[in-house]
Design a binder for this molecule. Structure first.
Ligand SMILES: Nc1ncnc2c1ncn2[C@@H]1O[C@H](COP(=O)(O)OP(=O)(O)OP(=O)(O)O)[C@@H](O)[C@H]1O
Ligand SMILES: [Mg+2]
Length: 506
């Protein structure tokens, strides 16, 4: 007798032109943490959307058995009622409402026809305790960091008596500390009998938490690995995910040629008038030709703010100090000035301001450099297709066609489109902000390889990253930031995870 809480049998789901899932079977036992892993576009999110009723019964083939009963979910509420709670990577909270209002939004506690606010606050407090979140229920969501918002989402799911909790890349936007807290919470929920499916690209996490791990590739189930049998190891996972062995995920750069200084900041400060404080403080920093400079630091340390202040200052900070690009003093009034000076910034927030989600791939790739596909001010659509095709191929963007709407691509493939868009502006200095967030190991390797090729062509890269492995694996030199200031500069040879963390927490 098995004790499955969930059995998904022979699931097939097609979109116009794409078979996202083909005959997938996936089983989760009661009380286990089951990780779902696979390359970008493998079908992980789609499988979970089939399960939760986002794609209703009838729009896919195959069946779903939950707690021993065949289910036909017509909408998300049906799966919620059955005890399935799904937390998407893009959090669905209302930023201007309080924690307690969010926890019970759409599931209000009523006394007669009215919402019972007293009871709501009492229950919300109980839920916050369950997820070990130490804030008052009256706190506004927008005043919480992402890590804490994530916990509110889980509290919300728990308030609905969830039996199976699904998390789609829950730690992608969290720092190491918040991630650890979240994983601890999942283990605790497991001890209370709540089963969990977690999608993650972070193999370390999968190894530390999974009882089982199912690998999807190209919409098919490849295998289910079992921790008890010692099958959940990095090499076994990678081999099954990409279908080949990858020796070292940080490709070597044998003939390093580091040249003159291309970007220099002297006593550079940025004051945010809205927040009423300095977000960048007296920064001195240098980037050389052919160099990858890593910027490490915890979430909120001012790395993105620094990047924005250099990239034409779109947030209108009050700037002080000096910015030199290729030996010339610059005073950018607008991001277009920075682009003209050869700087490109690939944002970490590809959904917010990086891409036009309702437009297709080719339009997005050309978006930051329309001149590149125009002649005498007239748009050349053939050229747009040509450029789009080039980047789709060189960045290995997985999509049915160039006309596919970017919002419907998988997370990792959106990141590649974003990179393509900025590469097409022909930058000399490329600022990458969390370039591999949400990206699978195979695609990471591809992005690192592209970075190395760009460096070889004489570009310079500033890489902001919260992943210590990546910072150490790719950078030539590292600046560590905390509280808006550079706390230290490290030569790669002298860098360890500990030295970075020491500086980052100063
Ligand atoms: N609404 C949609 N319309 C068309 N195609 C879609 C849609 N949603 C997903 N796809 C396609 O289905 C495939 C699987 O996508 P899915 O989002 O499930 O991947 P994933 O495994 O979650 O990847 P990632 O790790 O990048 O998030 C991809 O080829 C994607 O482009
Ligand atoms: Mg996904």
């Amino acid at each position: 007798m098995n004790d499955y809480i969930l059995e998904m049998n022979n699931i097939t789901k097609e979109f116009p032109g794409v078979k996202a899932l083909s005959d997938v079977s996936f089983k989760v036992e009661k009380g286990e943490i089951h990780c779902l892993i696979g390359e970008n576009g493998a079908g992980k999110s789609t499988l979970m959307k089939v399960l939760s009723g986002v794609y209703p019964y009838g729009t896919y083939k195959g069946d779903i058995v939950f707690e021993g009963e065949v289910q036909q979910f017509n909408e998300i509420n049906d799966s919620v009622r059955a005890g399935i709670g799904i937390i998407y990577q893009e959090l669905a909270l209302f930023p201007d409402l309080t924690v307690y209002e969010n926890i019970f939004a759409g599931n209000e506690i009523k006394k007669g026809p009215f919402v019972d606010w007293n009871e709501t606050v009492v229950q919300a407090t109980r839920m916050l305790k369950k997820v070990k979140l130490n804030v008052t229920p009256e706190t506004l969501i927008k005043d919480l960091g992402v890590g804490k918002q994530q916990l509110v989402e889980i509290a919300k799911a728990l308030s609905k008596d969830v039996k199976l909790l699904i998390l789609d890349e829950p730690t992608a936007a969290l720092n190491e500390n918040d991630s650890e807290n979240l994983l601890d919470l999942l283990k605790e929920l497991k001890s209370q009998g709540i089963s969990c499916i977690m999608i993650s690209h972070k193999l370390k996490e999968v190894i530390s938490i999974a009882d089982k791990a199912t690998v999807l590739r190209d919409g098919k189930t490849i295998c289910t690995l079992d921790a008890q049998k010692g099958e959940i190891t990095e090499s076994i996972i990678i081999k099954n995910m990409v279908g080949r062995e990858i020796e070292d995920i940080y490709p070597k750069r044998p003939d390093k040629k580091i040249g003159e200084t291309v970007l220099k900041l002297t006593d550079w400060s940025a004051y945010d008038t809205q927040l009423g404080r300095k977000v960048a403080k007296n920064i001195n920093l240098e980037v050389k030709k052919g160099e990858i400079v890593g910027i490490a630091g915890l979430m909120g340390s001012g790395r993105t703010e620094l990047a924005l202040s250099i990239f034409g200052n779109p947030k209108n900070y009050k700037l002080a100090g000096e910015l030199e690009v290729h030996g010339e003093k610059k005073n950018f009034k607008h991001t277009s000035d920075a682009i003209k000076a050869g700087i490109a910034y690939v944002t970490e927030d590809r959904k917010g301001d990086g891409l036009f989600l309702i437009q297709d791939i080719k339009i997005n790739v050309s978006a930051a450099h329309m001149k590149g596909i125009s002649k005498k001010g007239i748009l050349n659509l053939n050229e747009e297709v040509k450029v789009g095709t080039e980047y789709k191929k060189s960045l290995n963007i997985k999509a049915s066609s160039l006309e596919q709407v970017v919002g419907k691509l998988s997370g990792g493939n959106q990141q590649k489109v974003s990179l393509g868009k900025w590469l097409f502006t022909g930058p000399r200095i490329l600022i990458l902000d969390e370039p591999t967030r949400g990206i699978d190991v195979g695609a990471k390797f591809e992005i690192y390889t592209i970075m190395n090729e760009l460096i070889k062509e004489g570009l310079s890269i500033i890489m902001i990253s919260s992943e210590l492995g990546e910072i150490m694996g790719m950078s030539d030199r590292i600046y560590v930031m905390a509280e808006g200031a550079v706390k230290g500069e490290l030569a790669i040879e002298e860098t360890t995870q500990e030295t970075i963390m020491e500086l980052a927490t100063q």
